[in-house]
Write a protein that binds this ligand. Sequence first.
Ligand code: HEM
Length: 577
Amino acid sequence: MATVTNSCLIHHFQISSDGGCRVKYSNSSPFTHISNSKPKGSPVRCQSTSTEEVKPKRNILDNASNLLTNFLSGGSLGSMPTAEGAVSDLFGKPLFLSLYDWFLEHGGVYKLAFGPKAFIVVSDPIVARHILRENAFSYDKGVLADILEPIMGKGLIPADLNTWKQRRRVVAPGFHALYLEAMVKIFTDCAEKTILKFENLLKEESLQEEKVIELDLEAEFSSLALDIIGLSVFNYDFGSVTKESPVIKAVYGTLFEAEHRSTFYIPYWKVPFAQWLVPRQRKFQSDLKVINDCLDGLIRNAKETRQETDVEKLQQRDYLNLKDASLLRFLVDMRGADVDDRQLRDDLMTMLIAGHETTAAVLTWAVFLLAQHPSKMKKAQAEVDSVLGQGRTTFESLKDLKYLKLIVVETLRLYPQPPLLIRRALTSDALPGGYMGDKDGYAIPDGTDIFISVYNLHRSPYFWDKPHEFEPERFLVRKENEGIEGWAGFDPCRSPGALYPNEITADFAFLPFGGGPRKCVGDQFALMESTVALAMLLQKFDVQLKGSAEDVELVTGATIHTKNGLLCKLKRRDNAH
Ligand code: HEM
């Protein structure tokens, strides 16, 4: 394990342009060396400007917590490094940031003693690959399922393995290429409405001298992502970019509650009668009812107008000219009367929540990062101008928006949504030895709760050069000797034809959509949606932060977002007509 000194243990509430923590590798192309074989000696070294040693933080609360955890786990996790100071640290900042500091201190697999529970924190690609792919069916969603089940029922994210196996087979074919092509048209239509709204606001402002509008872009992206998910998943026009409605309010209310539950460690929603007695819980139940009634109506309507049964024919439809090319249409036409309404509703609710906030967060952080790197914004705009001119984004043009795509993936690297993946071992398991240490791996008992820290993997000084810097170009280098363009240290041959770098090309050191059988079903959808929205914004506007980057505080629930919005100044580009 490399020695890491104190200056690396900064809290990365903001990304600074110089990275804040300087690291260097003895190996210039670290990715190519990820393999099951452990590195000999200590191949990577994290250098820092300070020589101060890390001082373990302890207080009575932490000591008691560690003792309790070891006692309750029967000492079975005893040899694993333990994050000291866990309990007291957790109250100060988002959990995933503390997990990063402890990762630098304790390595790729360590134990977090948290009251009566122990969580294992994994920040090593080999161990992550084992849990997510190689031994995926020995794990379920554990704590996450407890939190989400009241909202998503047996939808794909919280579903137990048996339900998941049946439903994944039904839902995944819905994301076929022709559907995605039709969706790019919907993304473009919706993004155009957002841009039009900005232009109209600008017209109102142009009586003033500056001709600049100030907006909370995080809120605007949230509306845009909601409209897109409504139309593409169940052909429902929320129209939230321009109006408010009871359904929109209910969706935001439900998202807010889902978020609150995911940051709260006590399942207060399980307290008997709470849903009738506590006003907040009553509101949540009534919000849920508004959305469920809306979804039930849409499912009923789709069933009444059901058309075909054959999956192959459905996949060959002229999706671009369909009035309703939604996923719901596909699922009902494919399964028709067989489909269980409740299960369908759970799946739609899951996609509404999973697909909305995540994409809005990617767009928010992409703009945040670009605003701090004006030269990269100019480079992106030059690409948009050369590929699109003043035209619209299309399925074909996405292939040529190469730099924009790298901006999207680099944003996901720095701000993964969600920053942690949660699993619980269904049986005892032997975790493999990781890449980063000289350990032989650990045996874990069934019931062990695990956080796979995507944030730590994505900012690992062992795999990324200048891990905290925004450098979309890092993914695009010429591969030595082969003369082909590939992704830095990644092997594009592992996933030929991939439009974006992914966990396969990176061998699980880059996991923006998870990996293995429970990987995000909407990954391509989300990447294309983010690329389209970003391209259309940059085509028309120069964007600046209203205040300084340091003013933008981050908070987390299910995703990483800002505390008070992303206040920006938008100015129409000189050459935009
Ligand atoms: C940038 C946007 C998105 C990000 C970063 C993202 C990320 C993820 C991640 C990391 C997982 C795996 C969770 C785990 O292993 O525990 C996941 C699962 C999932 N996502 Fe996404 N997602 C995005 C957009 C979407 C969209 C647009 C949809 C649907 C339209 C969607 C639907 C789902 C579903 C249904 C699952 C569960 C898959 C399963 O268990 O079979 N996601 N997502």
